[in-house]
Write a protein that binds this ligand. Structure first.
Ligand code: LFR
Length: 494
């Protein structure tokens, strides 16, 4: 094992991992220390995260390091965005955080807009409208007169909360704070006017720290419980997408990325948030990044649709391994039917194959029947949507990209990488797969002076991990099918 190293916890919507990292002679070595499932738990009508189990897994990681004789010099946590828990006056967590796919936010966005126009919310925050943004979750809780709100004293997002469990210190981290849609980049802090308009107490929202800030060390009760030293704890880019973008091995300062996992996030890095009518109309977001940058990007539903389809088949007693599904897709007829992956029908857990069938019926296409055809429909539609959003990113940022960097676990799906290259008609550079965890590590090294800044980090990542190049193929067929994709989905050409 790597004996002296730093530790990155990266929590995804379906699994989490702890990665050890070591930096020597401008080369990064990583080693997976611990991997664990992150299964949401449905209780009655509500869908929750199992937050204490996640904390338990963080501790298991620390124990594994101890048993392997690894000296952990610092650690950081990143996770998915928007979700949160409340701390009561006694310092304890109140309730179990909701999952952003819970239905308690259904309709909340529209109801909020009846009170506060979307122009104002976007103008203040620069954040895209997703029905599960913290702002809409909080609004839904408020309208439901949720008992939690009477006891709440502090609002902490998932990584803030886990970091609090580890250290006893409450701090909000910048990149993740921006995803609440309550942070105002022009003010450089929580938008207290917006909070007041929504009737949310500003006192819930504490100090914000930038990625790369040391926020305490493991608390006494924990080091005694585990029999380990007090490891320094850093706020990294605690939004996993923020960490993933930090790890994009770009050489050119003008670059486009696709962070590919449960979600597909496509965009570019900008110096200043892009907040104007067009950005709002296209529903682009400006999420906080590392070193004062912003991530101008858009969410695409991503491999969630495939994962959830596979789970539905599994429930029906038909289990397929991913490689098998991808192989079946490769053998199915091309361009038979398209979905818009971002249709609301695909947001919630449930009968995904049924949703795809109904979408096709609604849009007068023959629904795919066989598993291979269903998977092909999902992957081709994703690739087409990537082209669509990449073109919008170019338009909004006034740049033209000569290829697309793909990072994240989704790049293991080589068919998707190839089809993405085909759809955009430009090369795809795939790697690294552990984008978020590596971004988490490099921000700790920058904080410790081991790397000078994000651009040195990117070049070190480039030299440390393989990047697979996918050259576009069959451009004419893909370009022709793109027209059919736009018509089938009702999306406007750019
Ligand atoms: C990706 C991600 C996205 C965010 C979504 C929900 O893991 O963090 O950036 O929009 O999850 O939190």
């Amino acid at each position: 094992p790597i004996l002296a190293s730093i530790l990155a916890y990266d929590l995804g919507a379906s699994s989490g991992r702890a990665l050890l990292g070591r930096l020597t002679d401008r080369k990064i070595e990583t080693e997976e220390l611990h991997r664990f499932p992150n299964d949401p738990v449905q209780v009655g009508d509500r869908l929750h995260w199992d937050i204490l189990r996640l904390y338990h897994e963080l501790k298991q990681g620390l124990l594994k390091a101890k048993h392997q004789g690894v000296q952990v010099q610092s650690l950081g946590i990143d996770s998915w965005a928007v979700d949160f828990g409340f701390i009561g006056a006694n310092g304890e967590l109140l309730g179990n955080p909701y999952h952003y796919r819970d239905r308690h936010t259904d309709g909340a966005m529209e109801r909020l807009f009846a009170e506060l126009p979307p122009e104002e919310v976007f103008g203040r925050t620069g954040i895209q409208f997703l029905p599960f943004n913290s702002i809409f979750q909080l609004y839904a809780l408020k309208q439901a007169n949720h008992p939690l709100l009477r006891e709440a004293n502090r609002f902490l997002m998932i990584p803030d909360l886990l970091r609090y469990f580890l250290t006893g210190e409450m701090k909000s981290e910048f990149t993740n704070a921006t995803t609440t849609q309550l942070y105002n980049p022009a003010l450089g802090g929580w938008d207290t006017e917006l909070l007041a308009k929504l009737g949310l107490p500003a006192s819930w929202f504490g100090p914000i720290v930038q990625p790369g800030t040391q926020v305490g060390a493991l608390r006494r009760s924990l080091t005694e419980e585990l029999g380990i030293d007090a490891i320094p704890v850093f706020a990294v880019a605690e939004h996993d997408t923020g960490s993933a973008v930090a790890a994009v091995p770009a050489l050119d300062r003008s670059f486009a990325y696709l962070s590919c996992g449960t979600w597909s996030l496509i965009g570019t890095e900008v110096e200043r948030p892009v907040i104007h009518d067009e950005a709002r109309a296209l529903n682009f977001t400006n999420e906080g990044g590392v070193d004062g940058t912003y991530r101008l990007l858009k969410n695409i539903m991503g491999l969630w649709i495939l994962n959830e389809t596979r789970r539905a088949w599994e429930r029906a007693g038909k289990s397929y391994a991913f490689p098998e599904l991808v192989k079946l897709a490769g053998g199915a007829p091309a361009f038979a039917a398209f979905i818009d992956p971002d249709d609301e029908a695909f947001l919630h857990p449930g009968d995904m194959p049924g949703q795809i069938r109904r979408y096709c019926e609604r849009t007068r296409q023959r629904p795919p029947e066989e598993p291979g055809a269903v998977v092909r429909c999902i992957l081709e539609s994703l690739a087409m949507k990537y082209r669509y959003i990449l073109e919008l990113t170019e338009r909004l940022s006034g740049q033209s990209f000569n290829g697309l960097h793909m990072v994240g676990g989704g790049i293991q799906n080589t068919l998707l990488c190839q089809w993405s290259a085909n759809a955009i008609g430009k090369p795809v550079w795939a790697g690294p797969a552990e984008g978020s965890a590596i971004g988490n590590l490099v921000v700790q090294w920058i904080a410790q002076g081991e790397l000078s800044d994000i651009w040195e980090a990117r070049s070190v990542i480039r030299d440390s991990f393989p990047v697979t190049v996918y050259e576009p193929e069959a451009w004419e067929a893909w370009d022709d099918a793109y027209g059919r994709f736009l018509r089938a989905t009702g999306l406007q050409g750019t």
